[in-house]
Structures are given as C-alpha cells and as structure tokens.
Design a protein around this ligand. Structure first.
Ligand SMILES: [Zn+2]
Length: 180
C-alpha cells in the first residue's frame, strides 16, 4: 500500500528512485534525518540519522554515535527515542509517532521501536547484511509482538546510500594513508 493512501491529506511527491508517492512531510523529515547522518560522519561515526516526529513536530533526534558515546547501543534510533523520553519526561511516548531513519534498523532497534510503541517507521536505505525490517528477517511483521508498526521503506534511499558509501570510501582512504 502506498504511503499516500495513509497520508492523502498532504500533497505528495514522487520519489524518483522508488516510484512511490510520499507526502511532503515525509520528504522533509527524511531530509532532516539525512542531515543528522552527515553530522555523524563529521564525528567519524557510520552516518545514520533518526528523527522522531509527533504531530508534525520533532520530539527526538540523534545520529549513530557508539564511538563518541562509548556505548554499543548508541544507534541513531535509540538516541532519538531516549531524546524524546527525556524531553517529554515520560517513558511513554505519545500515540501516533513516526520514526524516520536513514538506514534499515537492526535487531536491537526494531525491539526498541516495539517497546516504545512507535506507530510508523519510515526508512531510507536497506541494510542487506543485518537489516531486520525485510532484508534478513521482517521482525515487525512477527505475530507474537503485542504492538505492530506500519513500515514504509525506500524514501531518499539513494541519497542515504551515497552518504554511507562516501563515508566508507573516505575511511578506506585514510586507513591507506596511515598504513604507508
Ligand atoms: Zn540499530
């Protein structure tokens, strides 16, 4: 089902890469998540950004930062969820939140999204190696959870892949220079 069928009160934009119609809101928030991903790259972290939106307002955001935070769990999604709970001073998120993330979530992050009762997940690029929202498994579709998440994938996927590719290219270049 096309996202525009859920969000048809917004004007829609066609994503050239996926030929899916997205709302202008979706495009705007994913672009913000991509900016966060780039911030992560500037910090030497694998560039992944996430934004949690409720009622067209950002309630949490973050970028992948395990190195800087000395925290193996500091993925963009986890940071965005923690940011929201801290800002709201509540472990419960409001209903009808959407998480925009630039890369397909991992096992841990899908679990966290379910615990947090996020209503909708929109991600950009697929993660074929360990993505858990369709690539390796589709965890949100498992019937044993007591919460289900609506998933829309592929928004700005090409842009997100480019950010990741150029980050790894730069990192390889630096590693080569160091080894000389
Ligand atoms: Zn993760």
């Amino acid at each position: 089902m096309k996202p525009s069928q859920f969000f048809n009160h917004h004007p829609v934009i066609e994503d050239i890469q996926t030929s899916i119609f997205w709302s202008t809101e979706d495009v705007k928030w994913m672009q913000e998540a991509l900016k966060l991903a780039k911030q992560g790259a500037e910090h030497g972290e694998v560039p992944v950004g996430a934004i949690l939106v409720h009622g067209q307002q950002v309630i949490g955001q973050g970028f992948n930062e395990p190195i800087g935070r000395h925290d193996a769990t500091a993925h963009a999604e986890i940071i965005a969820l923690r940011d929201a709970c801290t800002r709201l001073n509540n472990y419960r998120l409001p209903l009808q939140t959407t998480l925009y993330v630039t890369l397909e979530p991992c096992t841990m992050c899908v679990g966290a999204l379910i615990h947090a009762r996020v209503e909708r997940l929109v991600y950009a690029a697929s993660e074929p190696r360990a993505g858990m929202v369709g690539s390796q498994m589709n965890l949100p579709m498992q019937p044993f959870y007591n919460h289900s998440i609506q998933v829309n994938r592929g928004l700005c996927s090409e842009h997100s892949s480019q950010i990741l590719k150029s980050f790894f290219r730069e990192r390889r270049k630096l590693a080569k220079m160091k080894s000389k």
